[in-house]
Design a protein around this ligand. Structure first.
Ligand SMILES: C[S@@+](CC[C@H](N)C(=O)[O-])C[C@H]1O[C@@H](n2cnc3c(N)ncnc32)[C@H](O)[C@@H]1O
Length: 462
């Protein structure tokens, strides 16, 4: 099967049906009508298969040398150089209207130029590589699955992503499976160097000079100054509102984008405990903290569902006694259906359904670890009701010591209808959904990944 013009996110049938029921739940249909809900669900599948319309970068305000203006100038110059080298018009880079430490770069596309570029010899890349290319990356050698037999360094190539994950590595024939055109570029190595040479090649394999979407390639660009981060993730740490000197727990921290942001908002004073189950991932948190000159973060590989122990000491490694933290961020494992772009997700319905039960284990521990008066932020990068609004309803029902709080900043939409939450409670939730978010206007606050944020305060001891 060849590449289609309008790409929809491809899901297993039962997951598709489950998500459809979410978006067409009785309350939604009663409020907006069946036709509108159907249209919105279709739009969702289209949006999830395409990249957000903007790239956002958080600036490191903690750097000792250089002020914000100098950093912004350096970033602009670096990106401008990159665009000019690729033969593109430099983008209009601006500071976010509300978040003054965020730079916004509009992405351009889709740039469909099929006649010229699609006649080039083909390179096929795996799904993850393809999705990164749609967000501005070049093709790294490790992502290349198939390449025409006599391809040489310097050749122009048309790049396709293998949607179903069936192209065998090293394939020489043109891949005829389900594929999507993601642009064209120039080979930075020959086919032989990529597949035949003994020493393992790394780095850029195809520099994308005519991608489907023009967006900055940010790998290795000023890592001490900028952190590419999706807008809802940036908002999430702001909603937590950590203060200098406080003790914060980040229960599922890796790779650490939010952890480092939290520590930055605290002016690197106080204590941020960052836990993650996977040791290699925890190393990334430490690396990101070091790159930003942050010293108030402690990282530990640990299962957060085991993080409470009354006999433990509050200082040092986990576990910790109850009421140890001023604020807790629970940005835990989720079905991640809000990630954009994604052309294909083979998650089973059982796996999808398992997340809300797993998340409740973390919520229970988070509530215990919070001091009275403390703040819990619960977030996911998904769009399901079970992991979001219904999870909030369950939390309020099971932990009467929690109250649901207003969020600042609130730049996303409100909670979706379809749980037992009241309208005034839904107003306090922040749901980023590229379709629910409304209107015809695509702006940096609306055309984002799918994301959800709830903020609670522990108002009394149970
Ligand atoms: C959504 S990601 C966190 C992203 C992170 N907060 C950030 O902004 O960079 C979820 C993380 O939960 C971690 N995780 C899964 N189960 C866990 C557990 N039982 N204890 C601690 N971390 C866990 C995963 O390894 C993964 O890194």
């Amino acid at each position: 099967m060849s590449d289609k013009t309008v790409q929809l996110l491809s899901l297993t049938n039962d997951v598709l049906e489950n998500l459809r029921k979410t978006y067409l739940n009785d309350e939604q249909v009663k409020e907006f009508g069946l036709e509108k809900c159907e249209e919105q669900f279709h739009q969702l599948l289209v949006k999830l298969a395409t990249p957000p319309a903007f790239t956002t970068l958080r600036i490191n305000l903690h750097v000792v040398t250089g002020d914000k203006y100098t950093i912004i100038q350096s970033v602009k110059e670096e990106i401008e150089k990159q665009y000019l080298r690729k033969g593109w018009k430099p983008p209009e880079i601006s500071v976010h209207p509300t978040l003054t430490d965020v730079l916004v770069i509009p992405n351009r596309g889709p740039n469909i130029n099929p006649d010229q570029t699609r006649s080039f010899k083909e390179v096929t890349v795996d799904h993850d590589c393809g999705m990164a290319v749609l967000r501005g990356a070049d093709v790294f050698v490790q992502g290349i699955m198939g390449a025409h037999q006599d391809l040489q360094e310097g050749d122009n190539v048309a790049v396709y992503t293998d949607i179903d994950g069936v192209c065998r590595r090293g394939m020489t024939q043109t891949f005829t499976g389900n594929k999507k055109y993601i642009g064209s570029g120039v080979m930075k190595a020959s086919r032989e160097q990529i597949f035949v040479t003994k020493e393992k090649l790394s780095g850029v394999g195809v520099e994308m000079n005519q991608p489907l979407y023009e967006a900055p390639s940010l790998y290795g660009v000023l890592p001490a100054y900028i952190f590419p981060q999706n807008l809802p993730s940036i908002i999430c740490s702001r909603v937590l509102d950590p203060k200098p000197g406080e003790t914060i727990l980040d229960m599922c921290a890796a790779p650490g984008g939010k952890t480092v942001h939290i520590a930055t908002l605290m002016n690197n004073t106080g204590r941020v405990v960052a836990l993650d189950k996977t040791p290699q991932k925890v190393e990334k948190v430490a690396k990101n903290a070091a790159a930003w000159g942050i010293t108030c973060i402690e990282t530990y590989p640990f299962d957060s569902t085991q993080a409470v122990n009354e006999a433990a000491d509050v200082s040092g490694p986990p576990p910790y006694p109850q009421a140890s933290f001023d604020r807790v961020l629970l940005d835990g494992p989720c079905s991640a259906f809000g990630q954009r772009p994604c052309c294909r997700n083979r998650m089973t319905l059982n796996t999808l359904k398992s997340y809300s039960t797993y998340q409740r284990k973390f919520i229970e521990k988070a509530v215990q670890l919070l001091k009275p008066g403390g703040v819990l932020v619960y977030s996911t990068c998904t769009i399901t009701l079970d992991e979001n609004e219904r999870q909030v309803a369950w939390t309020l029902q099971n932990f009467p010591e929690l109250s649901l709080e207003e969020q600042v900043p609130h730049l996303g939409g409100h909670g979706m209808l379809g749980s037992t939450l009241k309208r005034e409670e839904l107003q306090k939730l922040q749901r980023f959904d590229p379709t629910i978010m409304n209107n015809d206007q695509v702006d940096v606050n609306s055309d984002t990944i799918g994301f959800f944020i709830a903020k609670f305060r522990k108002i009394c001891k149970r």
